[in-house]
Design a protein around this ligand. Structure first.
Ligand code: DGY
Length: 312
């Protein structure tokens, strides 16, 4: 039987069930389970998560495929060129997770600089002996420069948050350098310079990653690049692991050269470089960027609308 839609998850909210009612048959099966493998040849549309990489061999095994929907804005886990060559539509979820992702970057920035995780652990340990003048001090943010990699909607949303904290945003993006990025989103006249990467790195007390993982950005923050950051700089990554050399970042944390790292994403996640578990001044989250109820429902709606158009 033809499985019009094969999804690895029911998603959040009613959107996928409604799509399944409109385009029967909808089949739910865990990624690469025997059921999923068996349904693949008949599938006209696949729905996968960002943690479920598809290959060109999957496309070979699914000759009826018209569309792939990913429950994410990131598409680095999909064989994009092969999809394009075969006329398979790729549907992702841009726009609706902008604020949620910028919020989690802000949460990490505050947690790292104000040492929220360490403070919470101290109180829970029963070892807290009371207020002390030099207890768990961190750097102030107001007046500091915030380097932002990526000037798309999420980078701009994070810039607005950094600006609200009194920081001065600066951008690097794939367009090169020169000119300004308008990040006020029509609400206010806010602009920040677009700089070459070395200049941005050398000026950034905070560096926040908001660019996609592509051939251009993979490994971009290597050991040499990270060494250009000022003493005590803080790195926040809510974009993708693989952009930054994690071992180099851990070395710089351990030597005291970096002031902190906040991560929501990891190279090879959910597998973790074990050195993170003992790295000082590191705050680690399990890829929660888009994890609000409203956002996940909106992502499901956007994804299903896109698949409905692709299925015709
Ligand atoms: C995405 O959707 O690609 C983001 O990584 C969510 O955090």
């Amino acid at each position: 039987m033809s499985i019009r839609i094969l999804s690895t998850s029911p998603l959040v909210g009613p959107a996928l069930a409604e799509l399944g009612a409109r385009f029967p048959e909808l089949r739910l099966a865990p990624f690469r389970s025997p059921e999923w493998n068996a349904a693949l040849p008949g599938a006209e549309a696949l729905v996968v998560m960002l943690s479920e990489p598809l290959t060109e061999a999957d496309l070979d095994a699914a000759p009826k495929l018209k569309a792939i929907g990913t429950y994410s804005v990131g598409v680095n886990h999909l064989p994009l060129k092969a999809c394009q060559a075969r006329g398979i539509a790729v549907v992702n979820t841009p726009g609706v997770l902008t604020d949620a992702t910028a919020d989690i970057a802000l949460a990490l920035l505050m947690a790292v600089t104000r040492r929220v995780a360490e403070g919470e652990a101290l109180v829970r340990s029963g070892q807290w002996r009371g207020w002390a003048p030099d207890q768990l001090l961190g750097p102030a943010l107001a007046g500091k420069v915030c380097g932002i990699l990526g000037s798309g909607p999420i980078g701009q949303a994070f810039a607005r948050r950094a600006w609200a904290l009194g920081m001065a945003p600066i951008f690097w993006d794939r367009e090169g350098h020169g000119g300004h990025v308008d990040f006020g989103a029509g609400q206010a006249a806010l602009a920040a310079p677009r700089l070459p990467l070395p200049e941005l790195l050398s000026r950034s007390a905070v560096l926040s990653l908001h660019c996609p993982l592509t051939d251009q950005t993979r490994g971009m923050l290597d050991r040499a690049a990270l060494a250009q950051l000022p003493q005590g700089a803080v790195i926040i990554n809510t974009a993708r692991g693989g952009i930054m050399d994690e071992n180099a970042a851990i070395d710089l944390l351990e030597s005291g050269r970096l002031g902190g790292v906040g991560l929501d994403v990891y190279e090879g996640e959910p597998r973790l470089n074990e050195r993170w578990l003992t790295a000082p001044r590191a705050v680690l989250l399990p890829h929660l960027g888009s994890a609000t109820v409203e956002t996940r429902e909106a992502m499901a709606r956007l994804l299903c609308d896109g698949l409905a158009s692709a299925l015709g």
